[in-house]
Design a protein around this ligand. Structure first.
Ligand code: ASP
Length: 340
Protein backbone atom coordinates (compact mmCIF):
# COMPACT_ATOMS: atom_id res chain seq x y z
CA UNK A 1 0.00 0.00 0.00
CA UNK A 2 1.33 3.42 -0.96
CA UNK A 3 1.41 5.91 1.95
CA UNK A 4 -1.27 8.57 1.67
CA UNK A 5 -0.57 12.16 2.60
CA UNK A 6 -2.89 15.13 2.96
CA UNK A 7 -1.34 18.53 2.21
CA UNK A 8 -3.14 21.45 3.83
CA UNK A 9 -2.14 24.68 2.13
CA UNK A 10 -2.87 27.66 4.36
CA UNK A 11 -0.73 30.21 2.46
CA UNK A 12 2.66 31.79 3.21
CA UNK A 13 5.63 32.74 1.06
CA UNK A 14 5.97 29.23 -0.39
CA UNK A 15 2.94 29.87 -2.59
CA UNK A 16 3.28 33.63 -3.11
CA UNK A 17 3.88 35.65 -6.24
CA UNK A 18 4.98 39.24 -6.67
CA UNK A 19 2.38 41.83 -7.61
CA UNK A 20 3.25 43.41 -10.96
CA UNK A 21 1.98 46.77 -9.62
CA UNK A 22 3.85 47.21 -6.34
CA UNK A 23 6.14 44.18 -6.00
CA UNK A 24 4.44 43.04 -2.73
CA UNK A 25 4.23 39.28 -2.17
CA UNK A 26 0.80 37.70 -1.68
CA UNK A 27 -0.41 34.07 -1.69
CA UNK A 28 -1.79 32.34 -4.81
CA UNK A 29 -3.97 29.22 -4.96
CA UNK A 30 -2.66 25.68 -4.55
CA UNK A 31 -3.17 24.66 -8.21
CA UNK A 32 -0.57 27.18 -9.26
CA UNK A 33 1.72 26.00 -6.50
CA UNK A 34 1.39 22.32 -7.39
CA UNK A 35 2.20 23.06 -11.05
CA UNK A 36 5.67 23.94 -9.81
CA UNK A 37 5.91 20.55 -8.22
CA UNK A 38 5.71 17.92 -10.90
CA UNK A 39 8.12 15.99 -8.64
CA UNK A 40 5.19 15.28 -6.32
CA UNK A 41 3.78 12.91 -8.91
CA UNK A 42 7.00 10.89 -8.95
CA UNK A 43 6.83 10.17 -5.24
CA UNK A 44 4.73 7.07 -5.50
CA UNK A 45 2.58 8.31 -2.59
CA UNK A 46 -1.10 9.10 -2.75
CA UNK A 47 -1.11 12.85 -2.30
CA UNK A 48 -4.29 14.87 -1.81
CA UNK A 49 -4.43 18.59 -1.11
CA UNK A 50 -6.83 20.99 0.53
CA UNK A 51 -6.37 24.72 0.30
CA UNK A 52 -7.52 27.64 2.42
CA UNK A 53 -9.63 29.94 0.30
CA UNK A 54 -8.18 32.51 0.15
CA UNK A 55 -4.71 31.38 1.22
CA UNK A 56 -3.35 33.61 3.99
CA UNK A 57 -0.18 35.38 4.96
CA UNK A 58 0.49 33.79 8.35
CA UNK A 59 0.23 37.17 10.09
CA UNK A 60 -3.50 36.67 9.50
CA UNK A 61 -3.57 33.20 11.05
CA UNK A 62 -5.21 33.20 14.48
CA UNK A 63 -7.12 30.74 16.72
CA UNK A 64 -9.99 30.50 14.18
CA UNK A 65 -7.54 29.13 11.61
CA UNK A 66 -5.88 26.83 14.20
CA UNK A 67 -9.31 25.31 14.73
CA UNK A 68 -9.86 25.03 10.99
CA UNK A 69 -6.57 23.12 10.52
CA UNK A 70 -7.43 20.87 13.50
CA UNK A 71 -10.89 20.18 12.05
CA UNK A 72 -9.45 19.26 8.64
CA UNK A 73 -6.97 16.87 10.26
CA UNK A 74 -9.60 15.37 12.58
CA UNK A 75 -12.11 14.73 9.81
CA UNK A 76 -9.45 13.15 7.56
CA UNK A 77 -7.55 11.38 10.33
CA UNK A 78 -8.35 7.79 9.41
CA UNK A 79 -7.99 8.36 5.65
CA UNK A 80 -4.35 9.46 5.63
CA UNK A 81 -1.03 8.23 7.03
CA UNK A 82 0.33 11.72 7.59
CA UNK A 83 -0.35 15.43 7.17
CA UNK A 84 1.77 18.28 5.78
CA UNK A 85 0.70 21.83 6.62
CA UNK A 86 2.06 24.55 4.32
CA UNK A 87 2.13 27.73 6.36
CA UNK A 88 3.86 31.13 6.39
CA UNK A 89 6.96 31.19 8.53
CA UNK A 90 6.03 34.30 10.56
CA UNK A 91 3.58 32.56 12.88
CA UNK A 92 4.31 28.91 12.06
CA UNK A 93 5.77 28.23 15.52
CA UNK A 94 2.59 29.59 17.17
CA UNK A 95 0.27 27.44 15.02
CA UNK A 96 2.42 24.33 15.46
CA UNK A 97 2.55 24.89 19.24
CA UNK A 98 -1.20 25.48 19.43
CA UNK A 99 -1.99 22.32 17.46
CA UNK A 100 0.32 20.24 19.63
CA UNK A 101 -1.80 21.22 22.67
CA UNK A 102 -5.11 20.90 20.81
CA UNK A 103 -4.41 17.26 19.86
CA UNK A 104 -4.38 14.70 22.64
CA UNK A 105 -3.06 11.23 21.71
CA UNK A 106 -1.88 12.24 18.24
CA UNK A 107 -0.54 9.11 16.57
CA UNK A 108 0.20 10.43 13.07
CA UNK A 109 2.77 12.94 11.78
CA UNK A 110 1.63 16.55 11.31
CA UNK A 111 4.56 18.28 9.61
CA UNK A 112 4.55 22.05 9.13
CA UNK A 113 6.72 23.65 6.48
CA UNK A 114 6.97 26.70 4.25
CA UNK A 115 9.79 28.69 2.73
CA UNK A 116 11.70 31.95 2.70
CA UNK A 117 11.49 32.28 -1.10
CA UNK A 118 8.40 31.49 -3.20
CA UNK A 119 8.44 28.05 -4.83
CA UNK A 120 8.37 29.60 -8.30
CA UNK A 121 11.75 31.28 -7.80
CA UNK A 122 14.92 29.65 -9.03
CA UNK A 123 16.74 29.75 -5.68
CA UNK A 124 13.70 28.69 -3.67
CA UNK A 125 14.07 26.69 -0.46
CA UNK A 126 10.42 25.66 -0.85
CA UNK A 127 10.92 22.57 -3.01
CA UNK A 128 13.31 20.79 -0.66
CA UNK A 129 11.25 21.80 2.37
CA UNK A 130 8.01 20.49 0.88
CA UNK A 131 9.43 17.28 -0.59
CA UNK A 132 11.25 16.29 2.60
CA UNK A 133 8.24 17.22 4.76
CA UNK A 134 6.14 14.83 2.67
CA UNK A 135 8.74 12.09 3.01
CA UNK A 136 8.84 12.55 6.80
CA UNK A 137 5.03 12.56 7.04
CA UNK A 138 4.99 9.25 5.17
CA UNK A 139 7.92 7.61 7.00
CA UNK A 140 7.08 4.38 8.81
CA UNK A 141 8.99 1.73 10.75
CA UNK A 142 7.41 -1.68 11.32
CA UNK A 143 4.16 -0.32 9.92
CA UNK A 144 4.03 2.56 12.45
CA UNK A 145 4.64 6.27 11.79
CA UNK A 146 8.16 7.30 12.81
CA UNK A 147 7.21 10.82 13.99
CA UNK A 148 3.75 10.86 15.61
CA UNK A 149 4.08 14.53 16.57
CA UNK A 150 3.36 18.08 15.42
CA UNK A 151 6.70 19.20 13.95
CA UNK A 152 8.30 21.92 11.88
CA UNK A 153 10.57 20.83 9.04
CA UNK A 154 12.76 23.61 7.68
CA UNK A 155 16.23 23.88 6.12
CA UNK A 156 17.06 20.19 6.57
CA UNK A 157 16.03 20.05 10.24
CA UNK A 158 12.99 18.47 11.85
CA UNK A 159 12.06 20.09 15.17
CA UNK A 160 9.28 19.46 17.67
CA UNK A 161 6.75 22.21 16.83
CA UNK A 162 6.26 23.47 20.39
CA UNK A 163 10.05 23.78 20.91
CA UNK A 164 10.59 25.90 17.82
CA UNK A 165 10.97 29.66 17.29
CA UNK A 166 11.43 31.75 14.15
CA UNK A 167 14.91 33.21 14.52
CA UNK A 168 15.65 34.77 11.13
CA UNK A 169 13.58 36.61 8.56
CA UNK A 170 16.17 36.34 5.79
CA UNK A 171 18.34 33.25 6.11
CA UNK A 172 17.12 29.84 4.99
CA UNK A 173 17.79 28.70 8.56
CA UNK A 174 14.63 30.45 9.76
CA UNK A 175 13.89 28.25 12.80
CA UNK A 176 15.70 26.93 15.79
CA UNK A 177 14.94 24.78 18.81
CA UNK A 178 17.39 25.85 21.51
CA UNK A 179 16.09 23.74 24.36
CA UNK A 180 15.41 20.45 22.61
CA UNK A 181 17.46 18.48 20.06
CA UNK A 182 16.25 18.01 16.46
CA UNK A 183 14.09 14.96 15.80
CA UNK A 184 15.66 14.35 12.39
CA UNK A 185 18.19 15.81 9.93
CA UNK A 186 17.95 15.53 6.16
CA UNK A 187 21.11 14.99 4.16
CA UNK A 188 21.52 12.36 1.47
CA UNK A 189 19.24 10.29 3.73
CA UNK A 190 16.92 11.45 6.46
CA UNK A 191 18.36 10.42 9.85
CA UNK A 192 15.83 10.12 12.65
CA UNK A 193 16.85 10.53 16.29
CA UNK A 194 14.40 8.05 17.75
CA UNK A 195 15.45 8.70 21.35
CA UNK A 196 14.05 12.26 21.14
CA UNK A 197 10.79 11.44 19.33
CA UNK A 198 7.62 10.99 21.41
CA UNK A 199 6.38 7.40 21.62
CA UNK A 200 3.06 6.42 20.07
CA UNK A 201 0.24 7.21 22.51
CA UNK A 202 -2.06 4.49 23.78
CA UNK A 203 -5.42 6.30 23.62
CA UNK A 204 -7.46 7.56 20.69
CA UNK A 205 -7.14 11.10 19.37
CA UNK A 206 -9.10 13.90 21.01
CA UNK A 207 -9.23 17.51 19.84
CA UNK A 208 -9.49 20.43 22.26
CA UNK A 209 -10.90 23.27 20.26
CA UNK A 210 -11.94 25.76 22.93
CA UNK A 211 -9.44 28.61 23.02
CA UNK A 212 -9.54 31.57 25.42
CA UNK A 213 -7.82 34.68 24.06
CA UNK A 214 -8.17 36.74 27.27
CA UNK A 215 -4.42 36.56 27.72
CA UNK A 216 -1.52 38.94 27.42
CA UNK A 217 2.23 38.65 26.91
CA UNK A 218 4.41 41.24 28.64
CA UNK A 219 8.11 41.47 27.84
CA UNK A 220 9.92 43.05 30.80
CA UNK A 221 12.45 45.78 30.01
CA UNK A 222 14.53 48.14 32.15
CA UNK A 223 12.33 51.17 32.86
CA UNK A 224 8.99 49.33 32.68
CA UNK A 225 6.39 51.78 33.97
CA UNK A 226 4.19 51.12 37.01
CA UNK A 227 1.08 52.85 35.64
CA UNK A 228 1.27 50.90 32.42
CA UNK A 229 1.72 47.50 34.14
CA UNK A 230 -1.11 48.43 36.53
CA UNK A 231 -3.45 49.19 33.66
CA UNK A 232 -2.56 45.90 31.95
CA UNK A 233 -3.44 43.81 35.01
CA UNK A 234 -6.67 45.82 35.41
CA UNK A 235 -7.96 44.87 31.93
CA UNK A 236 -11.54 43.63 32.23
CA UNK A 237 -11.74 39.86 31.66
CA UNK A 238 -7.99 39.22 31.65
CA UNK A 239 -7.36 35.59 32.68
CA UNK A 240 -3.75 34.86 31.78
CA UNK A 241 -0.50 36.83 31.87
CA UNK A 242 2.74 35.49 30.42
CA UNK A 243 5.76 37.44 31.69
CA UNK A 244 8.87 37.30 29.51
CA UNK A 245 11.51 38.01 32.11
CA UNK A 246 15.27 38.55 32.20
CA UNK A 247 17.70 35.61 32.28
CA UNK A 248 16.55 32.80 34.55
CA UNK A 249 13.26 34.51 35.41
CA UNK A 250 14.26 37.81 36.99
CA UNK A 251 12.38 41.14 37.18
CA UNK A 252 13.14 44.62 38.59
CA UNK A 253 13.22 44.53 42.39
CA UNK A 254 11.07 47.67 42.98
CA UNK A 255 8.46 46.67 45.58
CA UNK A 256 5.58 47.96 43.36
CA UNK A 257 6.42 45.37 40.72
CA UNK A 258 5.90 42.31 42.93
CA UNK A 259 2.90 43.96 44.61
CA UNK A 260 1.15 44.44 41.26
CA UNK A 261 1.85 40.88 40.20
CA UNK A 262 0.56 39.61 43.53
CA UNK A 263 -2.59 41.69 43.02
CA UNK A 264 -3.04 40.06 39.61
CA UNK A 265 -2.66 36.56 41.10
CA UNK A 266 -5.16 37.37 43.89
CA UNK A 267 -7.64 38.58 41.24
CA UNK A 268 -7.47 35.09 39.71
CA UNK A 269 -5.17 35.91 36.79
CA UNK A 270 -2.83 32.99 36.01
CA UNK A 271 0.71 34.37 35.74
CA UNK A 272 3.41 32.34 34.00
CA UNK A 273 7.11 33.25 33.97
CA UNK A 274 9.23 32.44 30.90
CA UNK A 275 12.64 33.75 29.92
CA UNK A 276 13.51 36.25 27.20
CA UNK A 277 16.61 34.16 26.51
CA UNK A 278 16.34 31.78 23.58
CA UNK A 279 18.03 29.01 25.57
CA UNK A 280 17.96 27.89 29.20
CA UNK A 281 15.27 27.74 31.84
CA UNK A 282 13.49 29.87 34.44
CA UNK A 283 14.67 29.12 37.98
CA UNK A 284 12.61 31.29 40.31
CA UNK A 285 14.29 31.86 43.64
CA UNK A 286 17.81 31.50 42.27
CA UNK A 287 18.30 35.27 42.49
CA UNK A 288 16.76 37.76 44.88
CA UNK A 289 15.16 39.40 41.79
CA UNK A 290 12.87 36.43 41.21
CA UNK A 291 12.11 35.34 44.78
CA UNK A 292 9.33 37.90 45.06
CA UNK A 293 7.58 36.47 41.97
CA UNK A 294 7.63 33.04 43.56
CA UNK A 295 6.15 34.51 46.75
CA UNK A 296 3.48 36.29 44.69
CA UNK A 297 2.24 32.96 43.29
CA UNK A 298 3.76 33.17 39.80
CA UNK A 299 4.20 29.84 37.98
CA UNK A 300 7.44 28.79 36.35
CA UNK A 301 7.30 28.23 32.60
CA UNK A 302 10.71 26.47 32.86
CA UNK A 303 12.28 26.29 29.38
CA UNK A 304 9.12 26.80 27.34
CA UNK A 305 9.24 28.97 24.23
CA UNK A 306 7.06 32.08 24.15
CA UNK A 307 4.96 30.46 21.44
CA UNK A 308 4.38 27.33 23.54
CA UNK A 309 3.65 29.32 26.72
CA UNK A 310 1.02 31.63 25.25
CA UNK A 311 -0.77 28.93 23.22
CA UNK A 312 -0.72 26.44 26.11
CA UNK A 313 -2.24 29.13 28.34
CA UNK A 314 -4.98 29.92 25.78
CA UNK A 315 -5.90 26.28 25.28
CA UNK A 316 -5.88 25.35 28.99
CA UNK A 317 -7.94 28.42 29.90
CA UNK A 318 -10.38 27.43 27.15
CA UNK A 319 -11.02 24.07 28.79
CA UNK A 320 -13.26 25.17 31.60
CA UNK A 321 -11.16 23.52 34.28
CA UNK A 322 -10.70 24.49 37.90
CA UNK A 323 -8.02 27.23 38.21
CA UNK A 324 -5.88 24.97 40.42
CA UNK A 325 -5.97 22.23 37.80
CA UNK A 326 -5.00 24.74 35.08
CA UNK A 327 -2.01 25.78 37.19
CA UNK A 328 -0.95 22.15 37.64
CA UNK A 329 -1.24 21.46 33.92
CA UNK A 330 0.73 24.59 33.01
CA UNK A 331 3.57 23.26 35.13
CA UNK A 332 3.27 19.77 33.66
CA UNK A 333 5.01 18.53 30.55
CA UNK A 334 1.96 17.85 28.35
CA UNK A 335 3.42 17.46 24.84
CA UNK A 336 7.16 17.50 25.27
CA UNK A 337 7.23 21.31 25.53
CA UNK A 338 9.02 21.46 28.90
CA UNK A 339 12.16 19.87 30.31
CA UNK A 340 11.43 19.19 33.99
N1 ASP B 1 4.82 36.81 5.68
C1 ASP B 1 5.01 35.44 5.31
C2 ASP B 1 4.06 34.58 6.12
O1 ASP B 1 4.34 34.29 7.26
C3 ASP B 1 6.42 35.03 5.54
C4 ASP B 1 6.73 33.60 5.16
O2 ASP B 1 5.93 32.80 4.77
O3 ASP B 1 7.93 33.24 5.23
O4 ASP B 1 3.03 34.22 5.64
Amino acid sequence: MKPSILIIYTGGTIGMTESPENGALSPVNFDQLSQELSQLLKFGFNITSISFDPPLDSSNIAPEQWKKIARIIESNYTKFDGFVVLHGTDTMAYTASALSFMFENLSKPVIFTGSQLPIGMLRTDGKENLLSAIEIAAAQRNGKPIVPEVCIYFNSMLFRGNRTTKIDSQQFKAFDSKNYPPLAKAGVDISYYHEFISPLPAGTIKVKSQIDTHVVLVKIFPGINKVILESIISIEGLRGLVLETFGSGNVPGDPWFAQLIKRAVLKGITVLNISQCAGGSVKMGRYETSRNLLDAGVLSGYDMTTEAAITKMMILLGQNRHPEEIKKMLNKNLRGEITL
